[in-house]
Design a protein around this ligand. Structure first.
Ligand code: NZQ
Ligand code: ZN
Length: 394
């Protein structure tokens, strides 16, 4: 078993009236002037933004607003946020939205505590030592950023999407009201569930077979999400299952399903090149890559893929042929993706065949100019990445 640290300091306020706690929570974590950061339209349309601003007003907490965060959040807006926060004396950033808004908030928070270019953090040139506190009012369960140590930012100059992970960026609190997710369109709902399941699958597919608690927890969470997504696609206002998904998204990326095992993350790295290049929804990009990755690496720990097939995908175990059972598990996952409206290859994701030049460019970026590998179950070199992208062409 691997040694591990479990660190999940984010306070969670969960339930139908959870946002009522926003002002006391901001005060509890030291905020005296807040940036309310949000996305495009959804938080305005639903009235959530006005509600949060009203609650801050009532609580006597001054704030400024900055909207316009897009999925695959851009560096340029974060830099605008840094300038705004400096001129306004902001000392607390409240993200009202999903992973993109929270990640943009984290980027602003890093930038406020350094002199140079915040992008240097994502390039790995600078290690931040402090940041302004960040918290969220979550509106889409997916990225898990509300409790995670990561943020992923896209630099429009070259369409480069890079993540940076650091415990100092774990948010102070997360307000989660499942009713706020009733308005999510089916595609975002499904892509969100795909992403959160993948956060646990990136950890589950490991060579470490000796941490039963983590493996059992992972399988239970994956099964719960599989069931819940069908319930909410049928009835978007099903509180019970919206709640399972909202809490599941946090548990599947706050470190709980990674204790004592080594994690992989190759599918995420391969996907980040897709959403960096084609600006597609992250969860859908993961579904387009995972089946090919799985077929490429499954022999590194075949029994894990068999276990996944049987315990998560309900495939009957053919004890005489583990490879066939493992493959049936991958096929069952593809059927699941199709059933919830997700792609299973790049053609379905972007609506056309990807070119060989585009694949070469993604391999160059993913391998950091052929200097870096990704993945741990099987360490992927540039030629492996290229092979997987070709398998995933569709
Ligand atoms: O901009 P608005 O109008 O709010 O619309 C958003 C957006 O178009 C919409 N939406 C959000 N809440 C809604 C809603 N629509 C209706 N009703 C609601 N209640 O949903 C769309 C997607 O939002 P976004 O924040 O982009 O989704 P998600 O949470 O999936 O975040 C994706 C980003 O997170 C990164 C991804 O790479 C991607 O950039 N990730 C961040 C991670 C982390 N920080 O730990 C880990 C992940 O693996 C992931 O890489
Ligand atoms: Zn993800």
């Amino acid at each position: 078993m691997q040694d591990f640290k479990f660190y999940a300091p984010t306070e969670v306020a969960f339930g139908r009236q959870a946002e009522e706690q926003v002002a006391p929570l901001v005060k509890k974590y030291g905020g005296t002037k807040v940036l309310v950061h949000y996305g495009g339209q959804s938080a305005i349309r639903s009235g959530l933004l006005d509600k949060i601003c009203g609650l801050l007003d009532e609580g006597g907490i001054p704030f400024v607003k900055l909207g316009g965060v897009v999925p695959n959040p851009r560096l340029s807006l974060a830099k605008k946020g840094i300038d705004l926060c400096r001129s306004e004396g902001v000392d607390f950033i409240l993200a009202v939205g999903g992973g993109s808004v929270i990640d943009s908030a984290k980027c602003i928070a890093y930038g406020l505590c350094m002199d140079g270019d915040v992008w240097d953090i994502y390039l790995g040139k600078v290690k931040p030592t402090a940041m302004v506190p960040v918290a969220s009012v979550l509106t889409i369960p997916a990225a898990g950023s509300e409790m995670s140590w990561s943020s992923v930012i896209t630099n429009e100059d070259g369409d480069v999407k890079l993540g940076y992970s650091d415990d100092i960026s774990r948010p102070k609190f997360a307000i989660m009201n499942p009713e706020r997710t009733f308005t999510l369109p089916p595609y975002q709902t499904a892509a969100g569930v795909t992403d959160m399941m993948m956060h646990t699958m990136e950890r589950y597919f490991t060579k470490d077979d000796d941490m039963d608690i983590t493996t059992d927890l992972a399988e239970a969470l994956l099964r719960s999400m599989k069931n819940a997504v069908f319930a909410v696609l049928k009835n978007p206002e099903d509180y019970r299952y919206r709640a399972q998904i909202m809490w599941g998204g946090s548990l599947m990326h706050n470190g709980l399903t990674g204790c004592g095992i080594s994690d992989d993350w190759a599918t995420h790295q391969l996907e980040h090149e897709l959403s960096g290049m084609f600006d597609v929804t992250h969860g859908a990009g993961l579904a387009a890559v995972w089946p090919s990755w799985a077929r490429y690496v499954m022999h590194e720990n075949l029994s894990r893929f068999v276990r996944f097939a049987v315990n998560v995908m309900d495939v009957p175990n053919d004890f005489t042929d583990p490879e066939a059972t493992a493959l049936k598990g991958i096929e069952a996952m593809e059927r699941f993706y199709h059933d919830i409206g997700m792609p299973i290859n790049i053609r379905e994701l972007i609506g056309r065949e990807i070119t060989d030049d585009e694949i070469r460019e993604m391999v160059r970026k993913c391998s950091r100019n052929y200097k870096s590998t990704c993945g741990r179950l099987k360490v992927l070199h540039a030629e492996d990445m290229e092979a997987i992208y070709h398998m995933a062409k569709g």
